[in-house]
Design a protein around this ligand. Sequence first.
Ligand code: KG4
Ligand code: ZN
Length: 339
Amino acid sequence: MAQKEKLLTLAIETSCDETSAAVTENGRDVLSNIISSQIETHKDYGGVVPEIASRHHLRDINRVVDKALEEAGKTMDDMDMIGVTYGPGLVGALLIGLATAKAYALAKDIPLVGVNHMHGHICANYIEHRDLAPPFTAIIVSGGHTDLAEVTGYNSCRILGCTRDDAIGEAYDKVARVLGLGYPGGPAIDELAKKADPERIKFKRVFLEKGSKDFSFSGIKTAVLNYMNTERQVGREPDVAHVAAGFQEAVLDVIVTKSVETALERKDKKLVMAGGVAANSRLREMLKKKCEDEGIKLYYPSPVLCTDNGAMIGCAAYYKYITEGPDGLDLDGVSGLSL
Ligand code: KG4
Ligand code: ZN
């Protein structure tokens, strides 16, 4: 479907609390990747407030797009297509990105390509790992999802298991709130746990039924809360760092075990990790060790490409466009879109 040798994409990502735009060339080459984070604003509320997120996207999106073009040394006239996240995510936030993308596509008469945000997370790995090619097993760990998937092609994948309740990032954020560590909880727990003993306080590992590839992380928040309350009732002030490390070890143990078991079962020699929680230092360390032991090659992106960004959307848009072609301008935001 691609007519030119080099396809330039302007990619837009506004699914949650990062307003991002990137210019990518043929998917894997990133010319610019501008990310405007709203974390400082949402911190005051202890989590992302959807209406505020939408307003910030609306305020920032044109500036972020202009900066992405400027940094890439390009103009809108150089763009061959527009890639945009259309789900999953906060619907009001998605609509800002979609409306912007549609306006550019219409004004410049270039194709519009809607991207599944979770597919974008997987594609972040193609940008930095030039040798990576499907098929492989993928584990996507983010604030809204925990998905185990088989990736069969650059534009095709299938979910093998997912969370039945809270996502892993959500568990980090909720436990951090219980521990008084603020938002976002993931990086705070990651840092604090480095100074503590993960074996001192043990929390239950939830593996579900034998052979299940699903996850469940809602119970551990209550377990942490109960532990804190019980300690205080007997007059002991809990050591927050040890609690954080114990929580982290319990959830990561499940993620690592299930991911590697799935790759082994599928006889995949490649395991790809993606999503915001993939930035976690302990998860990287644990998964690396387990993969080395089992002879599996592990891939994950550098932290800037783990959290939400436009470059991963540009990469996914390219692969979708060359296999499926463009979307219509009637493309809608789908908050609950699955892989
Ligand atoms: O992928 P992402 O940027 O947004 C979604 O698509 O949800 O992921 C955000 C999540 C948040 O829950 C945040 O706490 C978590 O990723 N996170 C981390 C770390 N950095 C971000 N969790 C654990 N350790 C980290 N270092
Ligand atoms: Zn994400």
